[in-house]
Ligand binder design. Structure first.
Ligand code: ADP
Ligand code: ADP
Length: 232
């Protein structure tokens, strides 16, 4: 489903060059909830941003659904990216748009007809449990509600993969749990592959099937969550 082959990312050039990832290989299966954990600066953010080419790797290949994204031109990449949704630590919502318009945004970009947009937005808003808040603005919502909007927007283009970039790090523990339950529910319901990065062990232990531990731009350990974390 997702194959990273020889992934290397170096920021900057010459004496200012910083290596964020070095010759990293990783395979993630369809329907899996895969976690990447590591300390700040380990390369988590760079890794997840390479999966949809928000960050272009310096070397290596990024295969998603049998397509090497690094080999595509901008137009082809745009099409493939619809199959990859993403949610963010700070939600990245449009502050001057309502909940409805935030969720509709990717659909409008794709040129989806208005009636279809309306249907889809209402389906998604029910999925994330915010039916009562369609006409509110992000500033009127709690952190957890904002992230629910983020999830609905990410699912608007019916992706096969959802990338979660520290998606619960700005939330309190209770809200974190409710968002994690929502993610797990979506994973089971749609067989959606989820890749999440976090610095919190609790997040990995509550929803991930497998985990990779990243350190200094490389994977130092990976396997089933129970094997990696519950060793005697
Ligand atoms: P994490 O998400 O685990 O905190 P990052 O992927 O953000 O790690 O960063 C990995 C390394 O790459 C760090 O040393 C960081 O300073 C560096 N880095 C990340 N983004 C940039 C950038 N845009 N320019 C230069 N260095 C960067
Ligand atoms: P977050 O906690 O939201 O991941 P970060 O502080 O890690 O935020 O990074 C914020 C932005 O700055 C990101 O786009 C990242 O790529 C960039 N960045 C991170 N480290 C560096 C760095 N050492 N030099 C330049 N840009 C960086």
């Amino acid at each position: 489903m997702i194959e990273l082959k020889g992934l290397t990312k170096v920021y900057g050039k010459g004496s200012k060059a910083a290596t964020a990832l070095w010759d990293l290989n990783l395979s993630i299966k369809k329907g899996e909830v895969f976690g990447v954990i590591g300390h700040s600066g380990a390369g988590k953010s760079t890794l997840i941003r390479c999966i949809n080419l928000l960050e272009r790797p310096t070397e290596g290949e990024v295969w998603v659904n049998g397509v090497d994204l690094t080999a595509l031109n901008q137009r082809q990449l745009q099409v493939q990216r619809r199959k990859i949704g993403m949610i963010f630590q700070h939600f990245n919502l449009l502050t001057s748009a309502t909940v409805y318009d935030n969720i509709a945004f990717p659909l409008r970009l794709m040129g989806t007809p208005g009636k279809e947009i309306d249907h889809k937005v209402k389906e998604l808003i029910t999925l994330v449990g915010l039916e009562q808040h369609l006409n509110k603005y992000p500033a009127q919502l709690s952190g957890g509600q904002k992230q629910r909007v983020g999830v609905a927007r990410a699912l608007a283009s019916d992706p096969d993969v959802l990338l979660c970039d520290e998606a619960t790090s700005a939330l309190d523990p209770q809200t974190t749990d409710s968002i994690l339950r929502l993610l797990l529910d979506i994973n089971k319901r749609f067989n959606l592959t989820i890749v999440l990065i976090t610095h919190e062990m609790h997040v990995i232990q509550s929803i991930c099937d497998r985990v990779a531990v990243i350190h200094g731009g490389g994977i130092i350990e990976q396997g089933d969550v129970a094997e990696v974390f519950l060793k005697p």
